[in-house]
Write a protein that binds this ligand. Structure first.
Ligand code: B12
Ligand code: SF4
Length: 603
């Protein structure tokens, strides 16, 4: 029996190999001697090409069963794929969150032969054994009754009186042969991995209801899994993200974990509840490669946090952010807007919090989605806002305004967040990133936009936020953001400065803002800059009393007045200060080409 695993086209576009849960189910089936394959995603592949590729695989590999996985929003995509492979004569099995959180709707409507609810590492093997061993329909139906969480032809048939979630996680290491992970690592340097599963909390917007037990994998298994990936894809994996809901950040666990992860000599990020971040564990894990956290801030208004049952306060977030900042650890924090308690006051609080922490947290803003099986979903249903649950599921965007914000404001939030460059839905990480340093020191970046899959060459990077470069895809208008740190800071910065300033040889250069790190490194990197520097000014000029740059005294900004330069470098880290300085220079009628920060972002 040949089994092919596939996710929705949408999910492939993001994951590029089987999502982790399905990969575990597939790995375990393979370990039980079933012939298991995974769909391969190719970069730039359209939906139609993906289907053709699926068909080709089904035919060329003699596939008997296609096993699909999906999130709630994948409903229509998966429905179409199921019908497509059924026409090719395959049996279909569907598992994953799409079934787990809408079990009374999905099996009955989506058209799969079998749907499986719960965690299916074991139950899927049981299903395969039944399908392999039974020759008559009656015999099969009889045996299917023993398979946990199973639906057959839309109706529950298996056992639902046993736990559908594992008591203990199995000792499984993802099989790297199942799909073409090499394609993924060719373009992305991050390995997503997991130390634990589930969460004991029950925030109102989250699918977790606190009923599925929190379980951890053995540290040795996780380390072995990571090592397998590192060996299989040498020099391609730059960092790890522990992407579970709730990493155990207690000092006790940190100590056990640190010893072992340290041996891998790789940097890693972890997703935690901010509440659990503590100095003791930071000290232990930073030494083992910890570089930062992903946390759900959710709201900067305590009334909203309480309404969400987040069991967190804004003051606590401030304290934890400071702590991370003190240790130089990065923090990525998500704010979500649209809780019933959200109003104009909380929106304002979120924006103030964002501004206040601009330099300390990479923040994402999104509207809350009312996902099936969450408390917010049930609330909306009670209020009559979800009349037809199947139609709602198919709709896939799940936005409902139960907040106290007027609809006009709520509707405008998407555009508002995208203008702030912070809506995670609007900023996409491009794929196929390639940098090229041009002769005049400008960095040209070639990327594939993940939305329209067009190849885009960007020479003008619109802005730099939190160390991310943001550009706009000229084809579909989506904001693209990507980290430039590796390339710019470590490898090419020196070259960029040197090349750039060469064109100003024998010209007059002035610098406004001597404290900026970029200015200092530009001075260090470029001899031409040092030779051509004729004026240095800073608004804190008194602090530079005994400091000279290339024998030039630092003067007050007014010293530039009515002067003429070939180039003026504005060394200001924040765009606000840059704008202020440039206005001042305009007012003083200084005549110069202005470089607003790094040469390579000015275009
Ligand atoms: C890791 C993660 C991600 C990773 C996925 C990485 C990867 N390669 O897998 C990334 C960061 C990419 C991601 C993205 C998104 N995520 Co996410 N993510 C998670 C998280 C934290 C863990 C998922 C996980 O791996 N769990 C552990 C595995 C073992 O469990 P599992 O997936 O359920 O798999 C088991 C069963 O479902 C079943 N099973 C699964 N597949 C199959 C297939 C078959 C055939 C069978 C028989 C059984 C079966 O057996 C598995 C093994 O036990 C969950 C939280 C959660 N509670 O699930 C959110 C979660 C799944 N994400 C969510 C969302 C909303 C998103 C995004 C839409 C966010 C966004 N706005 O962009 C995107 C969508 C991506 C997409 N379209 O594919 C929601 C989904 C809500 C819903 N009802 O669909 C969740 C539940 C978070 C939440 N609390 O709201 N996510
Ligand atoms: S939002 Fe986070 S803390 Fe709250 S229930 Fe979900 S996973 Fe747990």
């Amino acid at each position: 029996m040949n089994i092919l695993f596939s996710a929705s086209y949408n999910a492939y576009a993001q994951h590029l190999f089987l999502p982790y849960g399905a990969a575990l189910v597939a790995t375990n089936a393979k370990a039980h001697s079933f012939n298991v394959l995974g769909m391969d995603f190719k970069f730039g592949e359209s939906r139609e090409a993906f289907k053709a590729h699926l068909k080709d695989k089904v035919i060329s590999c003699g596939i008997d069963i296609v096993a699909f996985t999906g999130f709630s929003a994948d409903y229509t995509d998966i429905e179409e794929l199921i019908s497509f492979v059924k026409d090719l004569g395959c049996l279909t099995v569907l598992g994953g969150l799409l079934v787990n959180y809408s079990a009374d709707i999905v099996p009955r409507n989506i058209g799969a032969d079998y749907c499986m609810q719960g965690e299916c590492e074991n139950s899927f093997v049981e299903l395969l054994r039944v399908l392999e061993s039974c020759s008559t329909e009656d015999d099969k139906v009889d045996k299917l009754r023993n398979v946990p969480g199973l639906y057959y032809k839309g109706e529950p048939i298996g056992r639902f009186d046993v736990p559908l979630y594992l008591d203990q996680l199995l000792d499984i290491i993802i099989d790297t042969e199942i799909s073409n992970m090499a394609e993924y690592f060719k373009y992305r340097g991050t390995l997503m991995t997991f130390m634990s599963r589930s969460c004991p909390f029950n925030c109102t917007f989250c699918v977790n209801d606190g009923k599925i037990p929190y379980r951890k994998r053995e540290i040795d298994t996780v380390i072995k899994e990571i090592q397998t990936f590192l060996d299989k894809f040498p020099n391609q994996i730059e960092r790890l993200i522990f992407w579970e809901e709730l990493f155990d950040f207690s000092p006790g666990f940190a100590a056990d974990f640190a010893d072992k992860i340290k041996s891998l000599d790789i940097e890693f990020f972890i997703q935690v509840r901010a509440n659990s971040i503590n100095e003791k564990a930071i000290k232990i894990l930073q030494n083992a490669g910890l570089k930062g956290f992903l946390i759900g801030i959710e709201s900067a208004d305590n009334r909203v946090l309480q309404s969400m049952r987040k069991k967190a306060k804004v003051e606590m977030y401030r304290e934890k952010i400071e702590l991370c900042n003190k240790y130089g650890l990065s923090v990525m924090g998500g704010i979500i807007v649209g809780d019933p308690m959200d109003d104009m006051q909380s929106l304002q609080a979120n924006i103030s919090f964002y501004k206040e922490n601009l330099s300390k947290v990479k923040m994402t803003f999104n509207k809350i989605k009312y996902f099936p099986s969450t408390d917010l979903y049930y609330l909306a249903r009670e209020k009559g806002l979800i009349e037809d649950e199947l139609a709602y599921l198919k709709k896939g965007d799940y936005y409902i305004n139960l907040s106290q914000m007027p609809d006009s404001v709520y509707e405008g939030l998407d555009a508002f967040f995208s203008k702030m460059y912070i809506g995670a839905n609007y900023i996409a990480s491009p794929i196929g990133l390639e940098h090229n340093l041009t002769i005049n020191g400008i960095v040209e970046t070639t990327v594939i936009c993940p939305t329209c899959l067009k190849t885009v060459t960007v020479t003008k990077h619109d802005d730099i936020i939190f160390g991310m470069v943001t550009s706009v895809c000229p084809d579909c208008g989506r904001y693209l953001s990507y980290e430039h740190s590796q390339y710019f800071y470590e490898v090419k910065q020196d070259d960029a400065y040197q090349m750039f300033f060469t064109q100003y040889k024998d010209k007059r250069i002035a610098i406004y803002g001597m404290n900026s790190l970029q200015v200092k490194s530009a001075l260090l990197s470029s001899q031409t800059l040092r030779e051509c520097l004729v004026a240095c000014v800073d608004r804190d000029y008194v602090n530079f009393k005994n400091t000279k740059f290339m024998s030039i005294e630092v003067r007050q900004p007014q010293a530039l007045k009515n002067e003429s330069y070939d180039l003026l470098i504005v060394g200001a880290e924040s765009s606000k200060t840059r704008t202020e300085i440039i206005k001042l220079i305009d007012d003083m009628e200084v005549c110069a080409n202005i470089i607003k920060g790094f040469p390579f972002i000015s275009g």
